[in-house]
Design a protein around this ligand. Structure first.
Ligand SMILES: [Zn+2]
Length: 368
């Protein structure tokens, strides 16, 4: 059974030029839709009209829901917008059809400020994808980051790079990546900062989970990201505990190539405070949350671009880029201007969405 057309040509204009065009294109596509749907926008900022748009498509009482999320990391939203727009257009033209017991929940531009400002963090400097911790408990520690932090602050770039290189050689690549990107709660100006309280985007997610009573339904959640892993490859990353029922479900639906950071079989390392964990709490073993991560220019480029843009926004750093220059570099890293990369994104996303629909239907291709 096919739910989505894999080979339908797509127009490159589904990759938006910026956040505002992304919102407009998404809105137009939703308006055209004849299928039953409800829209609910979550406004962050009335001055700049920054908002996260959401739509529920299909029956209100559907026992199964496919959730698509874009823009968790702001500037990574281009690919996720294109994937959602592709879905809406396929629904409109009848190339994508929802099974009668299944709804589609689209969450577009979850971190609108980051998207609009070419940043990965939100307006509070929070990495939304490190923000899902229990703030009533002592904040988690990342001892590797505390070692790395003074090295990141070295102003002379050649000296800084040598110091970081030597740290990486000493602890190994995996521990280096955990130290750098695993999440930290001690340095609000630093990278991958998880915040000191729930972010706007976290409140949106928790509002949707409660409002649609998603804990009572079977869920397939796909959160689209870019910037990590081999160029053009879309890795399905599963951060459920490695021996859990949801990992078995994810591997059954998405195949054995599903990456498990817990087991060291992913381009991503284990991380604190992931958005995933907010969903895991409401999921049974027949549901799963996966990140669909599209690789671009590699981890060294990722860290370098993030370092330079953080300096640009902090202000007062000698020889820092302007915010516009930093934004252009962020866009170049997270949204390559390359039709080949974009084709790879759309084709792979359609595959993964198809696998999720088949999995929810109990007719998983990988299980046969
Ligand atoms: Zn990301």
């Amino acid at each position: 059974m096919s739910y989505i057309s894999l080979l339908q040509a797509f127009s490159e204009d589904i990759f938006p030029k910026d956040y505002r065009q992304a919102c407009d294109l998404w809105q137009e596509a939703l308006h055209r839709l004849s299928a039953t749907h409800h829209q609910n926008d979550f406004t962050l900022d009335h001055v700049q009209e920054l908002r996260c748009q959401t739509a529920w498509v299909g029956p209100d009482a559907a026992p199964k829901v496919l959730v698509l999320i874009s823009g968790t990391h702001g500037v990574e939203g281009y690919a996720g917008s294109a994937v959602e727009l592709d879905c809406l257009r396929q629904l409109d033209t009848g190339l994508l059809h929802l099974p009668p017991d299944t709804a589609l929940l689209l969450i577009h531009a979850l971190n609108p400020w980051g998207y609009a400002n070419y940043r990965r963090c939100d307006d509070q400097g929070i990495d939304v994808n490190r923000n899902f911790i229990d703030f009533t408990q002592p904040l988690p520690e990342n001892p590797g980051y505390l070692e790395l932090q003074p090295l990141l602050g070295i102003v002379d770039s050649a000296v800084r790079e040598r110091a970081i290189h030597s740290f990486r050689n000493r602890v190994g690549q995996r521990e280096y990546e955990i130290a750098y990107s695993g999440g930290q709660y001690a340095d609000p100006d630093g990278p991958f900062y998880g915040g000191s309280g729930p972010s706007f985007s976290r409140e949106v997610i928790e509002g949707l989970i409660n409002g649609f009573r998603l804990s009572e339904r079977q869920l397939a959640v796909i959160d689209v990201h870019t910037g990590l892993g081999p160029y053009g490859y879309g890795e399905v990353i599963c951060d459920h505990p490695a021996d859990s029922g949801s990992v078995r479900t994810a591997r059954q639906w998405f195949g054995p190539g599903c990456g498990l950071p817990d087991r060291g079989t992913s381009c991503s390392v284990p991380k604190l405070g992931l958005l995933d964990y907010g969903w895991h709490k409401v999921m049974g073993s027949e549901s799963c949350f996966v990140t669909l991560e599209f690789g671009t220019l590699g981890t060294d480029s990722l860290f370098a671009v993030l370092h330079d843009e953080a300096c640009a926004w902090r202000g007062g750093v000698p020889d820092a880029l302007s915010k516009d220059e930093a934004g252009a570099r962020m866009e170049a890293h997270f949204n390559p201007q390359d039709i080949g990369w974009r084709e790879a994104v759309i084709f792979r996303a359609r595959q993964v969405i198809q696998q999720a629909f088949q999995g929810l239907s109990g007719n998983s291709g990988a299980a046969k």
